[in-house]
Structures are given as structure tokens and as C-alpha cells.
Design a protein around this ligand. Structure first.
Ligand code: E4P
Length: 217
């Protein structure tokens, strides 16, 4: 399972990218707005920093302008992936973009039925939002499992991109479900590396090592 960061903050991206495990970044209009900068400048910095898929989201509500916007976004850099929403207009624009050979990420997916539609237009990625499903008292992980199973049964080529992940267990369970990609905020990414026994073990190793140097084992 490839690991993506869900942020538009270049400092967060640079830090995690140094770990050598970052395969891409997802952005959305809310994340870009948090940076209080020109969106194009924000995207260009990210596209240059990470050698992997970077999702840039369209904001035009109608299919025609959304398609034009998608073509423009895809032209910013070869690693750009164009996000379209899971709406009728998003499907129409997304299908035209996919037919042009542009990689499309269908976002705001909340059900297996929507995921089938996204796969049928030839989307490169389909993004079910697990955390937001949990937020309304339903089971986001079940939705993800159903989508992974039906993509396997049907042989759909689209990548399942587990999104709106809120904690490390979401990441682990998404991997077990067979998601192709998991995107998560910086906070969740940094929690993946942490374990108290690693800290305790390291402290003891280093204390013993200092003992050798000082002759006080
Ligand atoms: C994915 O592409 C979305 O940007 C994201 O995962 C949304 O997550 P949220 O529900 O935490 O805003």
C-alpha cells in the first residue's frame, strides 16, 4: 500500500519526504486555503518536492468548465493527478479527462455504488472518505472493505485510495482491506513511527553504550 500525505503544507511534506516512504500527496481546496498563499504557487512547490502522484482538485461545478480546469491542472506538471468530485458533472468531466489520458482521482466517495461509477469512467483513483462516514455514525471501514472486494471481483484497474483517515488503526485496517493507497494528515503519519517500547529500548541501549565509554556498566 502506497502512503500519501493529505496536506498542502510544504514543511510537513518536506519532513515526511525525508523518511523515504512518501509516494504522493493529496490536496483539496480546504487544505490549500489553510496555506494563505496563491494556490498555483502552493501546488508547484509540492509537485517539485515529491516525486509521486500529487492530487490537485477542480473547483468548477459544471462539466465543461471542470474539464477545461482539469486539463489546465494536469498541464502544471507530469506528476499532477486531477481530482473531480463524485457528482454527475464530475463523472462527465472525469470521463473526458480519463479518455485524454489524464489521471483522474474521483473524490468525495461515500458508497460502493459511487465507487463503481468512478471505476467505470476509468478513474486512476477512487477516494472513499472513511473518517467522514464514521463521523455520521456509520462504518467507514466496511465501506472501504466492500469497495476493495468489488474492485477485485470485477477486475477494476482503478486504485482504491483510502482517505479521511484519522488514526493509525485506520491505516492498518485499510492495508488489511487491500487499499492500494492510504492518504493521511501529518499528525497520523508521525504517529505511525511511534512505539513506547522503541523509546524505552533505545534509551537502555544508549545508556549501556555510554556505560562502556565511561567504564561504568
Ligand atoms: C482526500 O483526498 C481528502 O483530502 C481527505 O482525505 C479529506 O479528509 P478529512 O475528512 O480529514 O477532511
Amino acid at each position: 500500500m502506497r502512503l500519501f500525505l493529505d496536506t498542502a503544507n510544504i514543511d510537513e511534506i518536506r519532513e515526511i519526504n525525508r523518511w523515504g516512504v512518501l509516494s504522493g500527496v493529496t490536496t483539496n481546496p480546504s487544505l490549500v486555503a489553510k496555506e494563505h498563499d496563491d494556490p498555483e504557487a502552493v501546488w508547484k512547490e509540492i509537485l517539485a518536492e515529491v516525486d509521486g502522484d500529487i492530487s490537485l482538485e477542480t473547483t468548477e461545478p459544471e462539466a465543461g468548465p471542470m474539464y477545461d480546469e482539469g486539463v489546465r491542472l494536469a498541464g502544471i506538471a507530469p506528476n499532477a493527478v486531477v481530482k473531480v468530485p463524485m457528482t454527475a458533472a464530475g463523472l462527465e468531466a472525469g470521463k473526458r479527462l480519463a479518455d485524454d489520458g489524464i489521471r483522474v482521482n474521483v473524490t468525495l466517495v461515500f458508497s460502493p455504488a459511487q465507487a463503481i461509477l468512478a471505476a467505470e469512467i476509468g478513474a486512476y483513483c477512487v477516494s472513499p472518505f472513511l473518517g467522514r462516514i464514521d463521523d455520521i455514525g456509520a462504518d467507514g471501514m466496511n465501506v472501504l472493505r466492500d469497495i476493495c472486494e468489488l474492485f477485485a471481483v470485477q477486475g477494476y484497474a482503478s486504485n482504491v485510495l483510502a482517505s479521511s483517515l484519522r488514526h493509525p488503526m485506520h491505516v492498518i485496517e485499510a492495508a488489511l482491506a487491500g487499499a492500494d493507497i492510504a492518504t493521511m494528515p501529518y499528525d497520523v503519519f508521525t504517529k505511525l513511527v511511534k512505539h513506547p517500547l522503541t523509546d524505552i529500548g533505545l534509551e537502555k541501549f544508549l545508556a549501556d553504550w555510554r556505560g562502556i565509554q565511561t567504564g561504568t556498566p
